[in-house]
Design a protein. Structure first.
Length: 271
């Protein structure tokens, strides 16, 4: 398993295909396997890089306080070591936060940006809800194992009976994190806020959001308004993990966006 030293840890990564680079950043509790339904399609056109965020999958954790800024620094060192000067970036959920921060910090590096099921800002009410969730998570994890906790979460995400096989695969193959690393990563998410920095993002951006989580609708509207060149797309009949729930539609949207020539912003209506 290839690894590269990024700051104080070893980061696991994998590469597929040839062409312009495309980095895929998974969400919290997951690992590079969260992109298993994208690799075949994307690697036909791109040099795809997947990796495990600090504390996830096969990448090491550390004792320091986690932040989206720290995760972003890990990614920059990974790309530098791989000799990648410019790249497309696609981030899901927490990975979307990292993708935003990366595009803010290194605007000349990012060619195009895809933000899927992510957020940029918490209102005062959102922050209160987040605080209650942090407390609830800690209480729950004092009574049950992290595996049981994540299995329950997967059942809430992949809800229909038709998704049982997908849910089982996600629990066994994609959920790869310890209790300690989960709590630290969630704290990093709750502290993230990019609202006042979004205007620094220069890259044309595709915002993908799901039908099931109304918070995603609000966040997609905010990002689409703030970003200089962006469009948003709704994937219906999905709850949060649209790249696994509706991979064909997700892949089509991403490839159409990446393969088309740059043009002036033309907001698209949700489908």
């Amino acid at each position: 398993m290839p690894k590269i030293r990024t700051n104080d840890i070893e980061t696991h990564y994998e590469v597929y295909g040839n062409g312009p680079p495309l980095v895929l950043i998974h969400g919290v509790v997951a690992c590079h396997k969260a992109w298993q339904m994208q690799i075949a399609d994307f690697s036909k056109y791109f040099h795809v890089i997947t990796y495990d965020i600090r504390g996830h999958g096969n990448s090491n954790g550390s004792d320091q306080r986690y932040s989206i800024e720290l995760f972003t620094g890990d990614l920059k060192i990974l790309l530098d070591n791989l000799g990648i000067i410019n790249t497309h970036i696609c981030g899901f959920s927490m990975g979307g936060c990292i993708a935003q921060q990366f595009a803010i910090n290194y605007p000349s590096v990012v060619d195009k940006l895809i933000l899927a099921s992510t957020y940029c800002h918490m209102s005062s009410l959102d922050k209160l809800i987040a605080l209650l969730m942090r407390i609830t998570n800690r209480i729950a994890l004092s009574f049950i194992s992290i595996n049981r906790f994540l299995a329950i979460g997967s059942c809430l995400t992949f809800r229909s009976s038709e998704q049982k096989e997908l849910r089982d695969c996600y629990i066994k193959e994609v959920n790869r994190i310890s209790k300690k690393e989960f709590l630290k990563s969630m704290d990093a998410i709750y502290r993230f806020d990019s609202l006042n920095m979004l205007e620094r993002i220069m890259a044309p951006t595709l915002i993908i959001y799901t039908e099931g989580l109304k918070q995603e609708h609000q966040q997609a509207d905010i990002m689409n308004k703030m970003l200089k060149t962006s469009q948003k797309e709704l994937i219906r009949d999905t709850y949060h993990v649209s790249n696994l729930e509706k991979p064909k539609e997700f892949n089509k949207l991403v490839l159409e966006f990446l393969l088309k020539s740059n043009r002036k912003r033309v907001p698209l209506k949700p489908r």
